[in-house]
Every structure is written in C-alpha cells, then in structure tokens.
Write a protein of this length. Sequence first.
Length: 134
Amino acid sequence: MNKKISVSMFVTITAIFGALCFASAYFIAVQNVSTLVTDLRQRAKLFEALYDLDSAVRQNYFDKIDEEKLIKSLLQGYIEGIDEDILRIVSAEEFENGNYKNNPHIKAVPLSNGDILLIYDDAIYVSTEDELKE
C-alpha cells in the first residue's frame, strides 16, 4: 500500500509539529528565566544587606579594618549560615598539606581570595572530635 498525502496536508502537519516544538521550547525558556530572576532577587537582597552593613561599619568604625581577616570571616560566616556539615573552607596551604587532593569524596572549588571550598560527599563525611563535642 503506497498511500500519498497531499502537499497541503504535509504542510499542515509540519506546521503543527513546528508549533508544538516552539511552544515546548518557549515553556522551558520561561521556566528557566523565572528561576534565574528569583535567584537574582535573592542574591540582590543578600548583597544589599551586606552593603548596608559594610557602609554603616565603615562610616562609624574608626579603627583599621583588616580586610583579609574580614573576607575570611565573611566566607566562614556564610558557610555557618548555611548550616551544612558537608562544606568547609581551608587555606591553599592547608589544602596542599592535607589529604584533600586525592580524596575522591571531596570536591575542591578554588575561591577568588586563594582559599579552597571543600564539598564533602555527605555519605562519608566524618565529624572531627571537636565537632562531636559541640
């Protein structure tokens, strides 16, 4: 059975298929943009709060601020604020001297200040003795 379809039928089916593909792609794009906008708003609130705090302190604090210590404290405070035991920040020196490099259960992410963010596989994370006392 060799059935033929008309050109108009072929064009109609192709147009419907194209419209469905376009609609699907549009829906996915809208979802992604919506997620990005929400994330952007949350980050803007975080940076605005940090900027307000930094401005107020710098206007009213008359001693010298140790910028490096401040950045390290901010990074550590961020990790503590997440309250996640699988994250840790170490210095580049500590990273080089520790057993982090060859451990397949640790992902190391370099930070712009030279420190390294360690992301532990939470299935094998072992608390230190000091953490167990807390």
